[in-house]
Write a protein that binds this ligand. Structure first.
Ligand code: ATP
Ligand code: MG
Length: 429
């Protein structure tokens, strides 16, 4: 039979890599729980209109990258899509679960896989993992600050020290049309030189011309008119307040006048964070912004909101590239080796006493020789082997062998238990 392979742009995360992933997840959860975010899980697939209405039909993730799914017997004839991002689903859940009648703001976070039909390359997958936060129900710059700060806090706790934070404001439906007109005037005589995508964007979403990855198109954006000059009073004040918070808390940032982000639902503040350690690839780890109209676009009450998504695969790759310290998960700590039936009673007693102390004890009686059992114990990666043979069973003693230093001593059963307990209570502090 031919050997089947995983789909393009997907990957397996093997046991050796899991420590970095758990470190990422547990650090993020610790930081976000500590900032009063609550975790939410939403389905991997939703009615595709949820993504279309939110992200905008002209955005790349809808226009080119959406995975549509059809069940074999799709009686309701729904069109479902695998989620390309987490915000639209979170906003849908916020509305559907009546969270708008809870005390505001409601702070949520999620972690999960996202699906985009991309051209696979380093740091770009068709199935990738995102951590994300959403703050619903607060229009003050306080929440813009909290969003940016929480992302940086996670990255800092993971061991990164140097960041590039790019921020911009893309205004609101009041002031943006005026700016878009200026932008279109600017691009009008350049249309023959931009890429086909940008030609289309010119008509349906000119802001996204600033976001084009094409080199030729990028040349034009430096001279383009800037949104900040066209902001209405409210948007300008909101942006100033946000920057003031960043300043007050010593968060360095770059004003990036061409930063717009790929999705239509953003309003006002937009931001992107990359790590300074990532000099070569400069890939964005985290992108987000304010989306004051998304909840109402999805049929909910008018609700201001701000959030971000962080590419977990990229963060984990960078953790490994920079050899940042990843805590080792607990594996097997103690192995009990029972040599002969006479040792059974003592071994049970050892197992029960240590298991109660939450020590990871591996005890599966084997008929093999001491020598081969010792070999298996080393393979398990245990720290200690407790060896009980007929002789020990008779005298009520245990051979305690330290597998790392290959030294051993004879102890009474109770001293052996005490000694092991003490080791692990000391290391777990
Ligand atoms: P990019 O400009 O790199 O395509 P994006 O604007 O599409 O990013 P967002 O939708 O803001 O990305 O997603 C948030 C984060 O998720 C990104 O900053 C990135 O770290 C990560 N990300 C996005 N797409 C992928 C992907 N295909 N594979 C891995 N990570 C991704
Ligand atoms: Mg993208």
């Amino acid at each position: 039979m031919d050997q089947l392979q995983k789909p393009r742009g997907t990957k397996d995360i093997l046991p050796a890599e899991q420590a970095a992933w758990s470190f990422f997840r547990s650090t993020a959860e610790r930081v976000l729980n500590g900032l009063s975010f609550g975790k939410i899980n939403t389905p991997l697939f939703e009615d595709k209109r949820i993504f279309e209405r939110g992200a905008g039909e002209s955005s790349d993730i809808i226009e080119k990258q959406l995975y549509l799914i059809k069940a074999n017997k799709n009686e309701e004839n729904d069109e479902l899509a695998l989620r390309p991002e987490g915000t639209a689903g979170a906003a849908r859940a916020y509305i559907e679960n009546g969270m708008s009648s809870q005390p505001q703001p409601v702070r949520l976070y999620y972690f999960g896989t996202m699906y985009r039909y991309e051209r696979p390359q380093a740091g770009r997958y068709r199935e990738h993992n995102q951590l994300g936060v959403e703050i619903f129900g607060d229009d003050s710059a306080e929440s813009d600050y909290l969003a940016i700060m929480s992302a940086l806090e996670i990255l800092k706790k993971l061991g990164f020290s140097d960041f590039n934070v790019a921020v911009n404001s893309i205004g609101c439906p009041e002031c943006r049309p005026k700016y878009l007109k200026k932008l279109k005037d600017y691009y009008a005589d350049k249309l023959s030189k931009v890429c086909p995508d940008c030609k289309r964007r010119y008509d349906i979403n000119p802001l996204r011309m600033l976001d084009c990855k094409n080199e030729e198109c990028q040349k034009f954006k430096t001279q383009a008119p800037q949104m900040v000059d066209s902001l209405c009073t409210e948007c300008r004040e909101h942006f100033q307040d946000t920057l003031q918070y960043l300043d007050d808390f010593g968060i360095k940032f770059d004003l990036d006048n061409t930063l717009v982000r790929g999705l239509d639902y953003y309003t006002r503040t937009v931001f992107e964070i990359s790590a300074g350690n990532d000099k070569e690839r400069h890939s964005t780890l985290c992108g987000g912004g304010r989306y004051d109209n998304l909840v109402s676009i999805l049929g909910g009450p008018k609700t201001p909101a701000v959030g971000w998504g962080m590419g977990a695969d990229r963060v984990v790759d960078l953790l490994k590239d920079n050899s940042l310290k990843i805590p080792k998960p607990r594996g097997v700590e103690v192995v009990i080796l029972e040599i002969g039936d006479a040792a059974k009673k003592v071994c049970r007693q050892l197992f029960n006493s240590l298991d109660k102390e939450d020590i990871n004890v591996f005890y599966i009686p084997s008929k093999l020789s001491l020598r081969s059992q010792m070999k298996s114990a080393s393979k398990l990666g245990a720290d200690f082997a407790l060896i009980v043979g007929q002789q020990e069973a008779l005298t009520g003693s245990v051979i305690v062998r330290d597998l790392r230093s290959s030294t051993q001593e004879d102890l009474s059963i109770s001293s052996a238990i005490d000694m092991i307990k003490e080791k692990y209570s000391a290391t777990s502090e």
